[in-house]
Design a protein around this ligand. Structure first.
Ligand code: DX5
Ligand code: ZN
Length: 227
């Protein structure tokens, strides 16, 4: 399956934000052996969001492992001026790059750069950003990310109004465009998000915070597939 097929299929994406970085390769292998094919990378810059997390060196470190197992790296940039970082993530081996709509004054240029670099382009909106804001940009994106927490930290509670928001987004974008949800996704919340129209489910703490990440991944897949 190529990368555009991967994101066009209902899918749970483990976010390595909650992984143990001292044994990252092993953790990635665990979820990929369990069936995961899209690995979510949460990049935070200490400006757009308070924490600083990881960057292109981590993408580079796991790119071969993920690609050899038939997977892809989905890089979610929670950074100011993402246009300044796109090239580095392309070079590092990103397969899709998501920019936050709120983070740049030139979001269409950013999305263009992502596609010009050969990556799939994602556009993320924060909980307080109206879904209508994506409408002019739909031709430039491969998926839309509806944040279901305020970005910045793993392990936050799912914002319940995200369900209606995903529903509105689905009406706005039509049946085909993948909708990703990110934040607070667990077996308790994924089903309702799927019912509302989400197709890509990012989960960090639910998977890597579990005693057995493979089991947690498979339970989440089952919750999503049941809808
Ligand atoms: C939040 C990040 C998420 C985060 C989700 O700022 O964008 O991808 O890893 O973590 P959980 O699944 O723990 O809410
Ligand atoms: Zn994310």
């Amino acid at each position: 399956m190529d990368r555009s097929q991967l994101i066009r299929t209902k899918r749970v994406e483990p976010s390595i934000l909650s992984a143990d970085y001292a044994r990252l390769g092993e953790q990635v292998a665990t979820v990929m052996d369990a069936g995961a094919r899209v690995i979510h990378v949460d990049v935070m810059d200490g400006h757009f969001v308070p924490p600083i997390t990881i960057g292109p060196v981590i993408v580079e470190a796991i790119r071969d492992q993920v690609h050899e197992a038939g997977g892809m790296l989905d890089c979610h940039l929670m950074v100011e001026c993402p246009e300044r970082q796109v090239e580095q993530f392309v070079q590092a081996g990103a397969d899709s790059i998501t920019a936050q709509l709120e983070a740049t004054s030139d979001v269409s240029h950013t999305l263009e750069m992502i596609r010009d670099g050969g990556c799939l382009a994602g556009l993320a909106i924060n909980p307080e950003t109206a879904v209508e804001e994506v409408s002019e940009l739909l031709a430039m994106v491969d998926f839309v990310l509806c944040m279901s927490v305020n970005p910045g930290w793993g392990g936050q509670a799912f914002i319940e109004s995200s369900i209606d928001k995903v529903g509105h987004l689905r009406e706005l974008v039509g049946a085909d465009l993948p909708i990703q949800v990110d934040g607070g996704i667990s077996t308790a919340t994924a089903g309702a998000a799927a019912q509302a129209g989400a197709t890509l489910f990012v989960a960090g703490s639910h998977i890597f915070g579990a005693e057995d990440p493979a089991v947690a991944y498979r339970e989440l897949v089952a919750a999503v597939d049941a809808e």
